[in-house]
Design a protein around this ligand. Structure first.
Ligand SMILES: [Zn+2]
Length: 189
């Protein structure tokens, strides 16, 4: 979603693979399907996981593995996050989770909240994401038919670019804004 985190996830997976380490790349709800994609156009095969997948059982199935790189962890259930903790503690596997902090309402995603609660370390990614005003973008606004919305389903995958109209239904896209312009719903000129 324009935050550069998928790029970092791919880089970590690539670096670990090059060190003769074996691991899994997991994603969920990627618009391109079963791979992790980034704005740089780099992609790697990934296992797509839905909310019903037991991540501990998945790790056991592929074990021995050295690591798991998990993209879009904001969409995980708290139970799946706890399964990842067991992967670390019981299977001695390093787990790297990447996710967005807050949803379009400006609230912590359920999965993100649980990951922050149990992770050994967490690091904000220094990305160049900027609001149109130049301030640091801290909010991922959902824009439906040109307006910032604050209610609706937590998960809605955007599939249109600015100025594009879909064949049917609402035009949904996401835009990175600073807090001030997020709260005002101000998308700039
Ligand atoms: Zn702004």
């Amino acid at each position: 979603m324009g935050s550069g985190k998928s790029t970092v996830a791919l880089q970590i997976h690539h670096n670990l693979s090059n060190r003769q380490l074996y691991g899994l790349l997991l994603t969920t709800l990627d618009r391109e399907g079963r791979q992790v994609t980034s704005r740089l156009g780099v992609a790697a095969p990934a296992i797509e996981v839905g909310p019903d997948v037991d991540l501990h059982a998945l790790a056991v199935k592929y074990w021995p593995i050295h690591y798991m790189v998990c993209d879009e962890v904001q969409f995980y259930t708290p139970a799946q996050c706890d399964q990842l903790a067991r992967v670390v503690d019981e299977l001695d596997v390093d787990v790297y989770g990447f996710g967005l902090l807050t949803d379009f309402r400006g609230r912590l995603f359920e999965g993100t909240q649980r990951m922050l609660e149990i992770a050994d370390e967490h690091t904000p990614l220094q990305v160049e994401a900027r609001c149109w005003c130049g301030a640091r973008a801290t909010h991922n606004a959902r824009v439906v038919n040109g307006d910032v919305v604050y209610e609706g389903a937590t998960v809605m995958v955007g599939d249109t670019r600015a100025g594009e109209a879909p064949l049917f239904g609402d035009a949904v896209r996401y835009e990175l804004l600073c807090r001030q312009h997020f709260l005002r719903g101000d998308l700039g000129a």
